[in-house]
Write a protein of this length. Structure first.
Lengths: 360, 360
């Protein structure tokens, strides 16, 4: 019996065989006073999973079980846990630990903790050397700060991708003032971007989806976009010069990206915030490119616990759901998902289901 | 008699002979209802003057008289002028016109006007083709919005460089929250940077001067710095990680600049604002470099009229003065100044004086 000392999940052995998943048992970290054991029922497939196991982000600790958009049931809580009730439905996202003591942690900036950040998978617990394993598995064991109650109104399959993709889009929106009277752009209509359009609209902003072709226009409007910009069309930036307060760049690639044209659409001191981590080299930025409108360029990393809870409540209140395709978790299902992710053939997120059948 | 249709000043004929100044008469734009004629008594020498006439910023309209840190007397005001009294002492900075009608102009962002920006020198007035000429001259003719009363407490020689360098440092400080409880860094202790230290301190921030060697440490402390960082020393960034709220980058060159080390000193969502416009190519910036602390990178262009008036009042209230060396305006004086500017041999600004003797 895997629980309580082990979990069972699908691991990859290295980037050369990243579509070959092996069902194995692996060790969980020792159960701590603040830990919660989560029996998983669904998990979204994030672009990070593919970047990580296919080697796009450099070397990783293999064998590795990825997955960090986890929904399940809290089946055991440590003696000092106060935030989570045993038996409740909960989520776990991409980060599973920070020091909790520094200025950043105490200031709702725990995803920027300079002392210790543990990713949900692939991070080594210092005291034991155990490498954290993700949600393509039966269970995760997570500190309560990083376990989030899921409102009843949200179903597990469509809320799963909000745990990483959703929060990644939500945090830069609220931190950079998306709301009534603001013109907000979302570049890249993928897993993160589709949440970006949805949440920016829910927050009250005027929302423009920005994509290469018009292929996703109908979807964008259905997601709540007020307008659509296709960057394959000549002069696409002209009608928007000096007008955007915020653009969240969710593009997964920076290839052929003419940043100066995007930046020319920003109003004075507008913010251009990137949340994707493309595998390519970065872009040359000169102060001259930023000076005509005093634009600010930044990047955003996940979001705080407080933002996660706010986002889930917003989704519950407004009836927002991720647009997902379900894939049954298995060697074959995961292989198919990885191949389709690499091609960008997903609208707009996969959620793995069928956990009960595979793990019992 | 040059006035009122002409001014007399020192022009350069091109980048190949940028240290050879020729005293000539040139035409002023037609006097408008909102114009003010300023009889010049002093003018600071800005790095922009050198970049412009030596060809570092690309082609310019020659022959050209530069100079945009101008102090003098308003000797004639147009019939609709309400902001400036004839006979009063006034300043003119680097910009001399914007549309005045757009959202940006009406919102204290006139230095980012997307419709029309006229620099004090080298810009062509659309209706006449006359090219604006700067303050190495007897007079300038300027729209009242761009003419600033100088408080009596400030003397002309030391206030002159505040009209461009001072404002360039002041605007990003106030726009990005420099004040009590904030840790502010100033990179590059030149003309702009020395004002950066002075104003950041006057605004109540904890101020760190950041320079290559310790050569300017004593000056920095005298200017008001609370601390000093010498980037030639090993591990210079280590004690400051995740601590700066704002760094204003006043460096005039980006050569050998390891931006990632500077950015590692920023607190979460801290701002790195560049005000210099180096002649070199820009830097490659990857989202990965910005994500560990969610830092924002931007640039700032001059400052609004409102900020100019606030800055001059702050200087008057606190007894702040630019640190200047006087040079008598003449062919020889200007040549010497340009050669010393190119070498960076100035502490911290030149002000041209002796106008009465040369222009009568």
């Amino acid at each position: 019996m895997p629980y309580p000392d082990e979990a069972e999940g699908f691991q990859v052995d290295g980037p050369n065989s990243y579509t070959q998943f092996h069902k194995r048992f692996f060790q969980l970290k020792p159960f701590g006073d603040y830990d919660v054991d989560v029996k998983i029922e669904a998990c979204g497939i994030c672009g990070s999973d593919v970047h990580t196991i296919s080697g796009g982000w450099g070397s990783q600790k293999f064998p590795l079980c990825v997955g960090h958009e986890i929904v399940g049931t809290a089946i055991r809580v440590g003696p000092k846990v106060t935030l989570i009730k045993e038996g409740s439905r909960v989520g776990v996202g991409a980060q599973s630990y920070s020091c909790g003591e520094c200025k950043q942690c105490k200031n709702d900036n725990e995803t920027y903790c300079p002392v210790q950040i543990m990713d949900t998978y692939g991070a080594e617990w210092p005291e034991t050397g155990i490498v954290s394993q993700g949600g393509y598995s039966s269970h995760v064991r997570t500190h309560e700060h990083w376990v989030f109650p899921i409102p009843d109104a949200l179903d597990s399959v469509t809320v799963a991708p909000m745990l990483c993709a959703g929060l990644t889009a939500y945090s830069p929106l609220v931190r950079n003032g998306a709301g009534p009277g603001k013109k907000v752009g979302i570049v890249g209509l993928g897993g993160i971007g589709h949440f970006g359009v949805m949440f920016a609209k829910a927050l009250g902003a005027e929302v423009w989806a920005i994509s290469r072709s018009r292929a996703k226009e109908a979807d964008a409007l259905k997601l709540g976009a007020d307008g659509y910009i296709a960057t394959a069309e000549e002069g696409w930036e002209e009608p928007h010069k000096f007008s955007f307060d915020l653009i969240v760049n969710c593009a997964n690639s920076s290839e052929g990206f003419d940043l100066a044209r995007y930046l020319s659409m920003m109003d004075v001191h507008g913010r251009w915030i990137s949340v994707g981590l493309p595998e390519e080299e970065g872009q040359v930025i000169k102060a001259q490119n930023l000076i005509s409108n005093g634009v600010l360029i930044g990047a955003s990393h996940l979001g705080s616990r407080r933002e996660m809870l706010e986002m889930l409540q917003l989704a519950a209140d407004k009836g927002l759901k991720g647009w997902v395709e379900e894939i049954a978790i298995s060697e074959e299902g995961l292989k198919e998902a990885m191949l389709r992710m690499k091609k960008g053939d997903v609208h707009y997120r996969f959620t793995l289901t069928g956990y009960e059948k595979i793990f019992g």
